[in-house]
Design a binder for this molecule. Structure first.
Ligand SMILES: Cc1cc2nc3c(=O)[nH]c(=O)nc-3n(C[C@H](O)[C@H](O)[C@H](O)COP(=O)(O)OP(=O)(O)OC[C@H]3O[C@@H](n4cnc5c(N)ncnc54)[C@H](O)[C@@H]3O)c2cc1C
Length: 415
């Protein structure tokens, strides 16, 4: 009879590992330090807005197969919504120009030959020049492979790469950018449809996952911070949660699905990403004006993406380390003025109730040097595996990467 697999951390990596192990018939126990699950992908009640919001707006694409499969398994696939086509409306705040990039469904990118569907001021030749990014040299930065300037870069490629890498694209890993391009734009529009958790991240990803696990007898222990790991020979022999040690049986295993700073503290000698980038989100309690698209890209300002939910407008700014110390009121005002201009609320003088959420260590910095530090799932211990968006998934720090990492660790632990 195989033993228990202890999953440490109930973020998406830990939850996906727990679900895959349960599907494989393994006994699982999940231990989470916080009082709730979800980690960096969570909803909470915000007192300033008096509403449920997400810690940050999360965008998925229809190419995110592992994330979509995760939602199908837990019965929440229908809560992820998006338009039928890969249409991306943009506004340039400097010129007030508005356009929509319409990525056609097929793999052959006919849309780049159509001036009405590509970025204004660009030619098909500009897009073909980006082909170099599909086969980058090993360890290169994006800025070493393509020129990070010009209209196409300013109005489309730069914003997309910044959002996906959460790192200034010129210094970002070209290998990660290439994987993204292969899985999305190069696969055609049906792989690029934007998808949003309509009712919030908690009701889409976390609540249904916890309910699924509970209905199969899997417990998630909250307030259970792993403080130390003990080993005998090449195996983990005990887990210390600060309230007495949990001794592991000969067949028990451990999946460590915690952030990299925690993993390296628990496993001295582990090489892992150690440079991070911030994301700033601003939320405004206002019903979006009729016709506001679910997501709008903004160039030429501080705001980068505006998400329209039924009861609020939310803004995402990536690679936002420059903003983490800006006074909150001043930042909210700058962002609101841009939101009002984009959504044509210019006459609405009063700023509605607002909240700014700054995640200082939102993701690891997607630099070539950090990419080299990402470990695989297997470790030097025979019964210990790693999961998390920072492990070597080949993707930047994303929901898709976190879920794939959990599945891979679970597959190894279930052998
Ligand atoms: C503001 C923001 C916006 C984002 N936007 C997007 C987006 O648009 N699209 C996208 O795909 N991704 C986005 N991401 C990234 C995405 O949220 C992450 O990649 C994903 O949630 C990481 O999941 P994880 O399980 O690897 O890590 P985490 O969510 O960090 O989970 C780790 C868990 O381990 C727990 N833990 C820590 N220490 C211990 C311990 N000692 N013992 C027990 N438990 C412990 C933590 O409490 C946490 O629950 C965004 C992230 C942020 C912060």
């Amino acid at each position: 009879m195989p033993g228990t697999v202890h999953v440490i951390g109930a973020g998406l990596a830990g939850l996906s590992a727990a679900i895959r192990l349960t599907l494989a018939g393994r006994k699982v126990a999940v231990h989470e330090a916080a009082g709730q699950a979800g980690g960096r992908c969570r909803s909470y009640h915000d007192p300033a807005l008096d509403m449920e919001i997400d810690n940050g707006n999360h965008l998925l694409l229809s190419a995110n197969d592992a994330a979509l499969d995760f939602l199908r398994v837990i019965g929440a696939a229908d809560t992820l919504v998006g338009p039928p086509d890969a249409d991306f409306p943009f506004v340039d705040l400097r010129s007030n120009e508005r356009w929509t990039v319409r990525i056609g469904d097929g793999r052959i990118p006919w849309w780049i030959f159509d001036a009405k569907r590509r970025v204004p001021g660009t030619t098909a030749r500009d897009y073909l020049a980006l082909g170099r990014l599909l086969w980058p040299p090993r360890d290169a930065a994006v800025g070493e492979v393509i020129a990070c300037k010009g209209t196409l870069y300013d109005r489309l490629l730069g914003p997309l790469l910044l959002a996906a890498l959460n790192t200034a694209p010129p210094e970002g890993s070209a290998a990660l950018a290439a994987t993204l391009l292969w899985e999305t734009v190069a696969a055609g529009g049906q792989a690029c449809r934007p998808l949003i958790a309509r009712d919030g991240l908690g009701p889409t990803f976390i609540g249904p996952a916890l309910a699924w696990l509970a209905s199969r007898g899997v417990t998630v222990g909250f307030g259970r911070r792993l403080r130390a790991i003990e080993s005998v020979d090449d195996r983990i022999s005990a887990l210390d949660f600060g309230d007495g040690k949990l001794a592991l049986g000969a067949d028990d295993g451990v999946i460590l699905a915690v952030p990299p700073v925690v993993a390296t503290a628990l496993m001295p000698g582990l090489d892992a990403p150690d440079d991070f980038r911030a994301i700033v989100n601003a939320h405004f309690r206002i019903v979006p004006p009729p016709g506001t698209p679910p997501i709008v890209g903004v160039v030429g300002g501080t705001v980068e993406w505006i998400f329209a939910f039924a009861d609020r407008l939310s803004v995402t700014i990536s690679g936002a380390d420059r903003l983490v110390d800006t006074p909150r009121e001043a930042l909210a005002k700058t962002i609101w003025d841009e939101v009002a201009a984009v959504t044509r609320l210019d006459d609405a003088a009063a700023m509605p109730p607002w909240q700014i959420v700054r995640e200082r260590r939102a993701t690891f910095a997607a630099l070539p040097a950090q990419e080299r530090k990402r470990p695989g799932a297997a470790t030097s211990r025979a019964n210990l595996w790693l999961a998390g968006d920072w492990t070597a998934t080949g993707l930047p720090a994303t929901i898709e990467g976190a879920i794939r990492s959990g599945e891979r660790a679970a597959a190894l632990a279930a052998k």
